[in-house]
Design a protein around this ligand. Structure first.
Ligand code: UN1
Length: 512
């Protein structure tokens, strides 16, 4: 099976330094700090950042709160101009930032660049949105009255993001929040602070070109869990968008609820695909390969469960096994690599634990082993695992953030849809079929219970134009396109009486 070697370590540190210099990050921000940053490509340290104190975090929130109070009065299309400039700066920095995503998160270059493209796309979307923050006009029951809705800026928007989309998730929130009139305080993953510093520097250039944006509009908090908790608990943070595990959401959700803050939770996924008898198998094979092995299985939308109809199981699964044993695992910067490293040892251990659980159920486990000779001793490259389970059970019922695809045979579509829905998470799902009845049943009210339900494409790789998010243990939040912007604003219902009478609603009489 194909593998590729990682390049010598010292060159990586130099490359990161040059990238960060070109991106405009001061050297003091990524050297000499107390939090080491490592690249999953080699496992070596590529920087050392400074964690902010809780007091610093609180001061940043205060600046953001003051910025909000000014920014909310700037006309929305003018706010859109800042996001337009952000999009321009991202275009100019795309190659460098994309490569830094590759180095810090381990993504292959097309995915690193794709992530920056997603940032550019959401900026374009938000610029248009800045002229489309529409409210309804509603027919009233009273003569001489008018009723309408006005959408107003909400306040400080906190963003907590994960390592796997280290910069795009910030942009989905920030681009919308900015045009909606909110300020943004961002706590990136402690595993990927360098891409956050670079993004912050890019945003500072957009702010400088914009000219008169209030200070504190975009704040960055480098830190660990405790700093995230400051954001979660601070009453000045009106809306918090948190991306991460369901366990994180279980901790964050109730704390936000306790202070009645708005929550946008993007938590775990345990996404399935159904391959039906009429499926275009060649297309399905490619769709499954990208969705299950892309980003080394570290997307929240990664395909983790595959339900294959009895009638095609014996033709599809052997082909899939071949794809799994041939896919090139290695340094993401090497041409031809499709599967880069896992983020760290914790991810590797979690994967092995799930595979052991599968073996205990007499599953057939193909792949999943560490690929030797790649990176250093603290780099974790694995061959993606294909696990044939006899039943829909065991580790398949829970998300493991690693490239494991559980395959189960099914005989009726009802059964496959029931399995699709039989897990805690409800993020994404898909069906491969050329049968319009099956496709429609899958997308119907009685079909997939997920926030995303696709036909003839895998569950991952969503475009920004749609609302992104899922149900149940995925947390219920929606980001990016459609009307997701409404979560970043508050709605006022206005009733205006332009008559000389005072008719009361519901026919109430109250004559004094
Ligand atoms: C995530 O993994 O946190 O649909 C988000 C996708 C991407 C977003 C994934 N656009 O795969």
């Amino acid at each position: 099976s194909a593998t590729s070697a990682a390049t010598p370590s010292s060159s990586l540190v130099t490359e990161v330094d040059q990238l960060l210099q070109r991106l405009g990050v001061p050297r003091t921000a990524y050297t000499g700090g107390d939090l080491p940053v490592r690249s999953p490509i080699t496992g070596e340290a590529i920087g050392a950042v400074r964690e902010v104190s809780a007091a610093d975090a609180s001061a940043a929130i205060a600046r953001a709160q003051a910025a909000f109070q000014a920014w909310r009065n700037v006309p929305a299309p003018r706010r859109g101009e800042l996001v337009r400039l952000l999009g321009e700066e991202l275009r100019a920095a795309k190659d460098d930032l994309g490569l830094l995503v590759t180095i810090e998160a381990g993504k292959i270059p097309s995915e690193g660049l794709g992530e920056v493209q997603e940032m550019i796309d959401i900026c374009d979307f938000a610029v248009g949105l800045s002229r489309q923050l529409y409210g309804l006009t509603i027919a009233t029951e009273r003569p001489g009255h008018r009723m309408m809705e006005t959408w107003h800026p909400l306040g400080v928007c906190g963003v907590i993001s994960a390592f796997n989309f280290p910069v795009a998730v910030w942009s989905w929130n920030a681009a919308l929040a900015l045009v909606c009139g909110d300020s943004v305080v961002w706590k990136p993953s402690e595993k990927t602070p360098l891409t956050a510093l670079a993004t912050h520097a890019i945003a500072q250039r957009a702010l400088a070109r914009f000219g008169d944006a209030p200070e504190g509009l975009l704040e960055l908090l480098i830190g660990q869990r405790g700093i995230g908790e400051v954001l979660v608990d601070d009453a000045r943070v009106a809306v918090l968008s948190a991306t991460g595990s369901t366990a994180m959401g279980r901790a964050v959700g109730p704390r936000l609820a306790a202070r009645f803050a708005r929550a946008i939770l993007e938590l775990g996924g345990n996404n399935a695909a159904i391959v039906a008898p009429t499926a275009d198998l060649d297309l399905a094979l490619r769709g499954i390969a990208f969705a299950a092995m892309g980003t080394a299985g570290q997307r929240c939308t990664t395909l983790r469960r595959l339900f294959v109809h009895d009638s095609i199981y014996d033709s599809l699964v052997p082909q899939l096994r071949k794809v799994y044993s041939n896919v090139q695992v290695g340094d993401p910067r090497t041409a031809g690599t499709l599967v880069g490293p896992l983020i760290d040892r914790g991810a590797y251990d979690g994967m092995q634990k799930a595979l052991d659980q599968a073996r205990a159920l007499d599953a057939k486990v193909h792949g999943g082993e560490r690929v030797p000779g790649l990176g250093g001793s603290d780099a974790y490259y694995v061959r993606p695992a294909l696990v044939e389970l006899q039943k829909h059970e065991g580790p398949a019922l829970h998300e493991t953030f690693a490239p494991i695809l559980y395959v189960v045979r099914y005989s009726t579509l009802d059964e496959a849809i029931a399995w699709n829905n039989a897990v805690g998470a409800g993020l994404s799902s898909s069906i491969f079929t050329l049968n319009v009845r099956e496709a429609e049943q899958f997308m119907s009210a009685a079909g997939s219970d997920c926030g995303i339900a696709n036909v003839n494409i895998g569950p991952s790789g969503a475009e920004i134009g749609g609302a992104f998010g899922g149900e149940k243990e995925t947390g219920g939040g929606r980001e990016a396109g459609s009307d997701s912007w409404k979560a970043y604003m508050r709605r006022a219902t206005n009733t205006i009486n332009y008559s000389t009478a005072l008719p009361l609603a519901q026919g109430v009489k109250f004559d004094v």
